[in-house]
Design a protein around this ligand. Structure first.
Ligand code: ATP
Ligand code: MG
Length: 547
């Protein structure tokens, strides 16, 4: 569509788009779809894209949300051509209001908003004219001026467009344009006591900025008529045109800012940047990269068909991106000690360990210490192991990644019968993980040297809701009732290899065989490491077991 408009020079000016968030919450992955689309089109066609805060509602907006949008857009790599505020157009909007009244295209109605709603009619029946609809231009103009001057209380009057109370599109039945609200605005202070409705502010803000393509989500489809009407009646030549696309909807996720705000305010999450939140700040803290987020929303495509995206699609995009960029290190989530009875006491070797597998076009390695006492993953040992369990079991041999082959010889239990330690022997001829005699082992497991390992806290994040569409809770039920009680599981006492000790907070890793993690930008300290799980790897044994 845009390419065709460029080819025909339809607007007589370069392509101009805008991203118009209301600063009443943090930007989320749903917003990113609109961001990628608007900035992407401007970039593709050599146009410009404005960041315009749609800040026309004095009760819910705050400068901290403005800052969040700017911070996150910058982190995502988008650069806006202008930073604009719909509230800066209040004076211009007011001038348009007077123009419409003068042209008999608007009038001051003195019914209450509920009365106005009641007389709108229904989809099948026309509405009824307001008794104030026939006010003269002078009467309406005088009232409008006095509304602005603050002479009336909230709700005493509204400005309405004069269109058609029988219009088949309900939005066109004399829509409300301005209302009285004696409220402080976070940017305008107490300059104004009349505030514009969306249908008035949005099309005119676009037109004032010379936007060509006003892209918005499908729920504004019916508003397209008032959009067209308004920019025409206000005299714009080649006005912007609105085109709708379907919202991004993601399973197990909510994007409504009102609901997200409740999660924050009522402490269901730790804040807007809680790694479980679908916000950009949450994804960042969780370890997701800008590239993965953008690849994800772009892969969802742009269409007019409402659609939900599976969480697996999102996780796949996150994994795909991290797979190619982050180093692999070894961390044991749930440690089980292994003593190598034939390894010399006091001996420590520094083994070569590469950070990347062969299919990743990056290089780099570190040394990992190896000693007589190791930790392995409790899940990597099974006493009565079935045949297909390719890990450690009594009498079975496995490869320690970058290390040696070991064979389990004894299982040490406490009085209650719990396994507390394993005894094993290592084969000195298998250093580096190769067997000289061509002997095969089925499994390779990760490990850390017990005296060298660092303690780590792992924050294991999972989906925030238990049902795929948390917006669709049963009637009368609260959406917080479908919050997942296990969306955060904190593991203390994990053991990580010492090579990570000096990495700055916010470093991403793949913990071999378990998941991608990032050291928490805020809480991780050199002696108290904290890692957030970004996304798991696929667990092949879990798959077999579940079968
Ligand atoms: P909410 O109802 O949660 O407040 P909103 O759509 O009103 O959401 P805005 O801040 O007004 O939030 O949105 C700014 C822009 O982002 C709009 O153009 C809107 O259409 C777009 N947007 C918001 N959510 C999504 C989504 N899930 N998918 C695609 N675009 C979205
Ligand atoms: Mg909105």
């Amino acid at each position: 569509m845009v390419a065709e408009d460029v080819a025909t020079n339809r607007f007589g000016r370069p392509i101009a788009t805008r991203f118009p968030p209301e600063p009443n919450g943090f930007p989320h992955i749903g917003h990113l779809k609109a961001i990628a689309l608007n900035f992407g089109i401007a970039r593709e066609f050599g146009g410009r894209c404005n960041l315009r805060f749609d800040d026309t509602n004095p009760t819910t907006e705050d400068v901290k949300y403005v800052e969040a949008f700017k911070t996150d857009l910058t982190w995502l790599g988008y650069q806006w051509d202008a930073e604009l505020y719909a509230s800066d157009y209040f004076e211009k909007l007011y001038a348009f209001a007077e123009l419409l009244v003068e042209n008999e295209k608007a009038y001051v109605d003195s019914q209450s908003e509920p009365q106005i709603r009641q007389t709108r009619g229904t989809v099948t029946t026309p509405g009824t004219d307001s008794p104030y609809r026939d006010r003269t231009v002078d009467q309406s103009l005088e009232l409008l001026r006095r509304m602005r001057a603050g002479e009336f209380p909230d709700g005493a009057h509204v400005l309405r467009a004069k269109i058609d109370m029988a219009h088949p599109n309900m939005v066109m039945r004399d829509p409300l344009l301005l209302r009285i609200r004696h409220k402080h605005h976070y940017r305008q202070g107490d300059n104004w006591c009349i505030y514009p409705f969306y249908d008035f502010a949005h099309p005119l803000s676009d037109a004032i900025e010379g936007i060509t393509h006003s892209l918005c989500t499908l729920e504004f489809k019916d508003n397209n008529d008032i959009y067209k009407w308004l920019v025409r009646e206000c005299g714009f030549v080649h006005p912007p045109e609105q085109t709708e696309f379907s919202r991004l909807e993601l399973d197990y996720t909510l994007f409504s800012k009102r609901k997200l705000l409740r999660l924050v305010n009522e402490g269901f999450v730790a804040g807007w940047d809680d790694p479980r939140m679908p916000t950009i700040a949450g994804a960042r803290r969780r370890g997701v990269t800008p590239e993965a987020l953008i690849a994800f929303v772009e892969s969802a495509g742009v269409s007019r068909k409402p659609q939900r995206t599976e969480l697996a699609t999102y996780e796949h995009a996150v994994r795909d991106d991290l797979n190619m960029r982050v180093p692999r290190v070894m961390c044991v989530t749930n440690p089980l000690k292994v003593v190598l009875t034939n390894y010399p006491e006091g001996q420590v070797e520094e083994l070569d360990a590469s950070y990347y597998p062969h299919d990743v076009p990056k290089t780099g390695s570190r040394k990992v210490p190896f000693s007589r006492e190791l930790y392995i993953e409790r899940d990597d040992f099974m006493e009565d192991a079935p045949k297909k369990f390719f890990r450690l079991a009594p009498g079975r041999e496995v490869r320690l990644r970058y290390g040696y082959f070991i064979t389990c010889t004894d299982v040490v239990k406490d009085a209650k019968g719990e396994i507390v330690e394993l005894r094993a022997t290592y084969d000195p001829a298998t250093r580096g993980g190769d067997s000289p005699d061509g002997r095969k082992v089925q499994g390779t497991i990760h490990w850390v040297s017990a005296p060298h390992a660092l303690d780590a806290e792992l924050r294991l994040y999972d989906k925030l809701f238990t049902i795929p569409d948390p917006d669709a809770v049963e009637e009368g039920e609260d959406f917080v009732s479908v919050l997942n009680p296990e969306s955060l599981v904190v593991v203390k006492g994990a053991k990580i290899e010492p090579s990570v000790a000096n990495d700055p907070a916010g470093t991403r890793y793949q913990f071999e065989r378990t998941a991608y993690f990032i050291s928490d930008a805020i809480d991780s300290k050199p002696r108290a490491l904290v890692f957030n799980r970004t996304v798991t790897l696929r667990d092949s044994w879990a798959k077999i077991k579940n079968k």
